[in-house]
Design a protein. Structure first.
Length: 325
């Protein structure tokens, strides 16, 4: 059975992350009564919440604004400077060093929001202050190792999100291109059907004249009938090769006694209107330059060029023209 991913609303992710990140602040307030610097403690909690709340919940884009990333880095500098002087190194391991976990959470959130450099600096700053305060032995008891792990997890998640976004953007771009090409091909087919219908309507008077003519055709009627048959064949087989410039050039060439064959095999299907008209204008000029023989105008598919034009004469080995557009 095919398994489908269940989309999770952004607000739900933010709520879960917020609950996790607010926990260190709750620990700080639990130990408020035992704090030797209660004012500094409240300021530190306020600063932390002022950074972590917008980092988790605000801004549409994944990448955090630079000013907020700088603010978060400032928090990592200020909070330890406020609290560490009032903490006895013997208290390592209790709630008094809650801010290490708090800054670790803020660092992870900052890294996740694609500000990895600032997040790394936050971990370095808080680690350095803890080591200066309590020595290397304070690393394990205060949660500095956990801060490093949090940063790495946030950075990896950010990288994964960026990769997913890039893949999604590529998919959307390909989808837009496919839809545009499909719409263009559909429009071309509808235009082709419309032109055939118009050609048939315009040919009705001449077809009626042919059906009502007894015996052999006059030279004029015979010539007009041949031109009509060729024009209808062009509409059916020529498809994207037909535009006003080509029609005019082909009609003039047939008037000079030149046999003209149009064959569209799909070479112009993905060409835009301006590109197609430019190619056909050059092809029309080439047709006008031919004085005798046979012209084959073809739009092959799967070639490096879109249109080929060959002009040949009976009894002549090499073509008079062999053009690729």
């Amino acid at each position: 059975m095919e398994q489908r991913m269940i989309p999770v609303p952004r607000w739900a992710v933010s709520v879960v992350a917020m609950m996790f990140c607010v926990y260190p602040a709750v620990l700080a307030l639990v130990g408020y009564s035992d704090s030797s610097t209660p004012i500094q403690l409240l300021i530190a909690v306020a600063l932390y919440l002022a950074g972590v709340v917008p980092t988790l919940t605000m801004f549409e884009l994944l990448k955090l604004p630079r000013w907020l990333a700088v603010f978060n880095l400032g928090i990592a500098v200020v909070i330890p400077a406020l609290l560490l002087p009032g903490i006895n190194p013997a208290q390592v391991g209790d709630y008094s060093t809650w801010f290490v976990g708090a800054i670790a959470s803020l660092s992870a959130a900052t890294a996740f929001r694609d500000r990895i450099t600032f997040a790394l600096l936050m971990v370095i700053v808080v680690s350095a202050q803890v080591i200066i305060w309590g020595g290397a032995g304070a690393i394990m008891g205060t949660g500095v190792v956990g801060a490093v792990i949090f940063f790495v997890v946030g950075a990896l998640m950010s990288k994964g999100i960026r990769g997913t976004q890039s893949a999604a953007e590529d998919y959307r771009a390909k989808l837009r291109k496919t839809l545009a090409n499909t719409a263009f091909v559909t429009a071309s087919r509808e235009e082709h059907k419309r032109r055939i219908a118009e050609a048939l309507v315009q040919s009705v008077p001449q077809l009626r004249e042919i059906s009502q003519t007894p015996g052999d055709f006059t030279p004029d009627l015979k010539q007009r009938s041949e031109l009509l048959e060729a024009a209808l064949r062009d509409e059916i087989r020529g498809r994207g090769l037909i535009n006003p410039a080509i029609k005019e050039a082909v009609l003039a060439a047939r008037g000079r006694g030149i046999e003209v064959i149009l064959l569209d095999e799909g070479g112009l299907d993905d060409a835009n209107t301006s590109e197609r008209d430019a190619i056909l204008l050059e092809a029309a000029k080439a047709i006008d330059s031919v004085e005798a023989g046979r012209i084959t105008l073809r739009a092959p598919q799967g070639e490096q060029w879109r249109v080929t034009l060959m002009a040949t004469r009976s009894g002549v080995t090499a073509p008079d023209l062999w053009l690729k557009f």
